[in-house]
Design a binder for this molecule. Structure first.
Ligand SMILES: [Fe+2]
Length: 363
């Protein structure tokens, strides 16, 4: 693989190039418009084909080269759907995966806080943290929908939970440091290490930073992928003529996504809840699986017909009543729990590990 970290001295911005020399697919993260010719020369040197330009957010300190790269090379531009950048080809959502080369994937982790639409990008063992997490610091949170509490939550819950050895490549550094790691930031970042959420909010509220020099120019331009007014209309027309970005998820991704929106309990907790009573136990496996063995008193409602038959299940008439759902291993029950929440059920739990885990506790 080809991996390059590029630096813009004017704005202290890091730009990243990731490319697969076999397929020639290339991706830029946070390119700066003044370096457009350098980027094109670099791509030509390695004979690469730029597939995507990914933005970690709408920047206030520099203008992106995304729009120009699209015009010159046809690469799709992508920025969070929360950034108000309507001209971008792809409106990025949390969990999106950008595929390139031979099975290479860049995964989107929403990390709002520096701006409302800030994201981090994970490729292999490398995290591109934009302005959400810096080496020994983090981006400011006092404009563009910034929110110090949200930033603390996503850094501590989503970034600091990545493997320790994950490399952290920030969007800026002002002291010529190039790379850090999750363990280094978790244990030594002065704004975050050992700091409570309230302490972090207090620190961020008292930074007293000057307004970014280019903000009035950069933010509106970056909403149009860095293009000037004349170029914008062409960009919108081009975007509309391009086939939409196809999101493709594996079943595992879908289960993981569903689990982010529901509450799981382990078998021990499930048993305790059942002993206490006043909870409906729902088996969402298929009829033949149920017939082969099930938990006592479980009501059968297969996942495939749940939405259609739920109204006919008397035990589920009261949407505020607690429901504990299980399937074979915990995937279908996660989907079922999410669906039931959407249908208005307020107290739904999914049993992690499902009937298989339940049976293991019996031996
Ligand atoms: Fe920024």
């Amino acid at each position: 693989m080809i991996f390059k970290q590029l630096f813009d001295q004017e704005t202290w911005t890091y730009t990243y190039l990731i490319a697969d020399p076999a397929s020639k697919d290339a991706v830029f993260i946070d390119p700066v418009n003044t370096h457009i010719d350098d980027y094109i020369a670099l791509l030509e040197r390695y004979d690469l084909r730029l597939k995507y330009t990914l933005e970690t957010h709408v920047h206030a300190d520099h203008i992106t080269a995304g729009g120009l790269l699209r015009q010159r090379l046809g690469a799709q531009t992508a920025v969070s759907h929360l950034c108000g950048a309507e001209a971008a080809d792809i409106q990025i959502k949390d969990g999106d995966i950008f595929e390139f080369g031979d099975g290479e994937q860049i995964k989107v982790i929403a990390t709002p806080g520096h701006t409302r639409g800030s994201i981090s990008l994970l490729w292999r063992d490398r995290l591109f943290s934009g302005d959400s997490l810096f080496i020994g610091g983090c981006g400011r949170t006092d404009f563009q929908g910034g929110d110090a509490g949200a930033l603390y939550d996503c850094i501590t819950q989503r970034l600091f939970t990545l493997p320790d050895e994950t490399l952290v490549y920030p969007g800026h550094d002002y002291q010529q440091r190039w790379v850090s790691s999750i363990i280094q930031e978790r244990t030594t970042n002065p704004r975050l290490a050992g700091k409570s959420r309230d302490e972090f909010i207090e620190i961020m509220a008292n930074l007293n930073l000057p307004k970014p020099r280019l903000i009035d120019e950069a933010v509106p331009a970056n909403r149009y992928c860095g293009l000037d007014e004349n170029e914008r209309q062409d960009a919108v027309a081009l975007r509309d003529a391009t086939p939409p970005f196809r999101r493709e998820f594996s079943t595992q991704d879908l289960v993981a996504e569903a689990k982010q929106h529901i509450t799981e309990v382990d078998v021990t907790t499930a048993k305790k809840l059942l002993t206490e009573g006043n909870i409906v136990l729902l088996d969402v496996r298929e009829e033949n699986e149920y017939a082969a063995g099930h938990v006592d008193n479980a009501v059968l409602l297969p996942r495939g017909v749940l939405e259609f038959k739920i109204a006919g299940v008397p035990e589920l008439a009261d949407k505020s009543k607690a429901v504990l759902i299980y399937c074979r291993t915990g995937g279908r029950s996660a989907f079922a729990a999410q669906t039931m929440q959407l249908l208005g059920y307020t107290n739904v739990l999914s049993m992690a590990g499902g009937f298989e885990a339940w049976q293991k506790t019996l031996v």
